[in-house]
Design a protein around this ligand. Structure first.
Ligand code: ATR
Length: 281
């Protein structure tokens, strides 16, 4: 049996086991491959991963808060991992740990088939780890990337480091003008439902992102990395306004599909993976 897992802290609610298990079953690989969720505390990350290699695991997906630690632990790093400084996919082979970042490749794979990122004007909202992966991936795919963030200085620093642009001089209560952008990627945590917390007031999430509902229209493509049991306000507004929406669940499917290709070496059943995610959300 080739064992795989997603490791995180917390990780119990991860949709990845259901998605990969369904994919193995669909390809008749259920007796050869398995995928589970394993909680590893940050202090035990390196020791925990070593243990998995010793127990014969084939690889792992790595999620919050371990993506940077995964970068550090790896013996071999893909270009994306080296540039982003974070990894979400580890492969154990021949005693070494290889790191890939399918958050980056998955974002590009999730774009609509008729949308060419090369030459597109892309706005990345946020300046944390996921914004870094998105901005790097889009820049690499040939887009002209602008980074906008609530704390402007972080956008400026990230843009300088990646060689992209930063949005400057737009105040906290001023909407960002989207008219010349082809693609918007939400990499902020706005819209992320916190357990036990009441839902935000209507309009509050868009306001925090400095977006105007009347600009979320065709032909704009919007990627929202945030997902939960309910659609986000950004997702709902795009759907009603006419912008093309790629939601966080689709991004999860695409990063999973790219990890699957790396480990299994076969074409993943994307439809099956998508259905499994949507059934378990
Ligand atoms: P990740 O690792 O997922 O990228 P992160 O590093 O915590 O997450 O980054 C969260 C991003 O969401 C940041 O860009 C943050 O903006 P600041 O740098 O100003 O903190 C952004 N963010 C979080 N809450 C926000 C809010 N209420 N309004 C606007 N931006 C917000």
């Amino acid at each position: 049996m080739n064992r795989l897992a997603v490791i995180g802290h917390p990780v119990a609610h991860s949709l990845s086991p259901a998605m990969h298990t369904a994919a193995f079953a669909a390809l008749g690989l259920g007796d050869e491959w398995s995928y589970e969720a394993i909680d590893i505390e940050p202090e035990r990350f390196a020791a925990g991963v070593r243990e998995l290699t010793e127990r014969g695991f084939a690889g792992v997906n790595v999620t919050v808060p371990h993506k940077q630690a995964a970068f550090e632990l790896a013996d071999l790093r893909s270009d994306a991992v080296a540039a982003i400084g974070a990894a979400n996919t580890l492969t154990f082979a021949g005693g070494s740990i290889r790191a890939d970042n399918t958050d980056a490749s998955g974002l590009i794979a999730a774009l609509p088939p008729d949308f060419d990122p090369a030459g597109a004007e892309a706005l990345v909202l946020g300046a944390g780890g996921s914004a870094r992966a998105a901005a790097w991936a889009l820049d690499r795919a040939g887009a002209r990337v602008t980074i906008a963030n609530r704390t402007e200085s972080k956008a400026v620093d990230l843009a300088r480091e990646l060689g992209t642009y930063a949005l400057e001089g737009v105040g906290p209560d001023e909407p960002i003008d989207l008219t010349h952008f082809d693609l918007l990627v939400n990499c902020t945590s706005v819209g992320l439902a916190k357990e036990g917390a009441p839902r935000s007031e209507p309009g509050a999430d868009l306001k925090a992102m400095r977006l105007r509902a009347d600009q979320l229209i065709a032909p704009l493509v919007v990627v929202d990395l945030v997902y939960g049991s309910e659609p986000t306000e950004l997702a709902v507004t795009c759907t009603s306004g006419g912008a093309t929406l790629i939601d966080g669940l689709e991004i999860l499917v695409r990063q999973g599909a790219d990890s699957f290709r790396i480990w299994v070496g076969r074409e993943p059943p994307i439809e099956t993976m998508r259905d499994a995610i949507r059934a378990n959300r």
